[in-house]
Design a protein around this ligand. Sequence first.
Ligand SMILES: *Cc1c(COP(=O)(O)O)cnc(C)c1O
Length: 496
Amino acid sequence: MEVLYTSTRNDDEKVTASKAILQGLANDGGLFMPDTIPALDIDLDQLAKMSYQETAYEVMRLFLTDFTEEELKYCINSAYDSKFDTPEIAPLVDADGAYYLELFHGSTIAFKDMALSILPYLMTTAAKKNHVKNEIVILTATSGDTGKAALAGFANVPGTRIIVFYPKNGVSPIQEKQMVTQKGDNTFVVGIHGNFDQAQTGVKQMFADKELAQVMDAAGYQFSSANSINIGRLVPQIVYYVYAYAKLYENGAIAKGEKINVVVPTGNFGNILAAYIAKNMGMPIDKLICASNENKVLFDFFTTGTYDKNREFVLTSSPSMDILISSNLERLIYRIAGNDAKKNAEFMKALNTDGKYEITEDMKAQLADFYGNYTNEQETAQVIHDLYDETGYVIDTHTAVAAGVYKKYVAATGDEKKTVIASTASPFKFTRSVMNAIDEKYDSMTDFELVDELSRIANVTVPQAIEDIRSAEVLHKTVCEVDEMPKVVKEFLKIQ
Ligand SMILES: *Cc1c(COP(=O)(O)O)cnc(C)c1O
């Protein structure tokens, strides 16, 4: 059955999967949603025996229905190869009563690689299918991890260019070094004097700018998005929840059909939305536990039904979750509004003008699948410290937020279901915060001394992504004000 993609703000805009991937955002500023969520039509006993790549095919073919089998398998096999440092692609680690689903074994050691290693293949395949002549310019705002993962994915991909904006003072030193050392003539990295939300808003404004689109088209370019609003990122993220469930079953950790909980450290709401879709495809997932850091706008939303971004933006040790406007939440709002684009558009308008909206009681009732909570900075550090002390397993700051929230969930509910915690970054990406949490004595060490010490105490080899930047040259030095973003884009593309 063909699945089409509708804008969350306008029922009349309906496109194929490949067009939705190319476009990124719908013309009216809405996000694309599949018009039906297909049921997973394959038996668990079969799934249990499948590799990651085979599982990916079984899940993705249900959503990307205008891709041929050959095209989709080409994309999957090109993405999930030796760029990942483990053949399982997404291994599960059993520690302290939970299963950590390690989503950081790709080339930039954060979970963004799970989707961004396949997006360039999906996008160039989609361009070919739709006879696109323009060069595709990927425009991305990043809170740290998307930027590098997108750069790594698109670097030197023919027919594409990529421009990444990041908050100059809002990412970790390793994250910044990873981005500004990016090679590839088609890559451009810019720091902005502003926070992630400002970068994201600036990018969204450029996408919506019809005049700019015309100027671009005349020069042989068109924008697309590698942000998690692109359906080409959301769909590959559903895969690992299906895979994790099948592996737990295969390993005898759960019985067939036994319900599990999933905990996701959340920022833009893309990863947890993928888990929600997996559940709606029929996977036996019970609670979707949404973990926030001190930017706890989602916790407040789940407890009150009011989404309110009017608050102070806090810089935390989990920068990839320092977000006040969770873009992908719009897809959930649309769905719980009964796939009512008009109603959703009104909420989004209110968010745009007043910075807040309140959902109806009916909609609230449909959020029973979710549990939201948050951890503060001190709790997050304590979680890293205690887990290391008790088990020797070292997790990063984002994963620690999830583990901390999971503890709070169990304390509040007594729920003993088997639980998967999405482990979204390697601790090597946030070495200073992680090592300081383990012991204050590490504070005086340099960034790379910390890397070696972490490797020693955790008994884990330093990932290639970190080795690569030890001595790499800084290639990107552009910094601009928020309102100069369109100007620097034009300069990079050499258009007026
Ligand atoms: C992006 C990111 C998150 C948040 O994921 P969303 O899909 O934006 O909710 C969490 N942890 C890490 C390490 C990330 O890079």
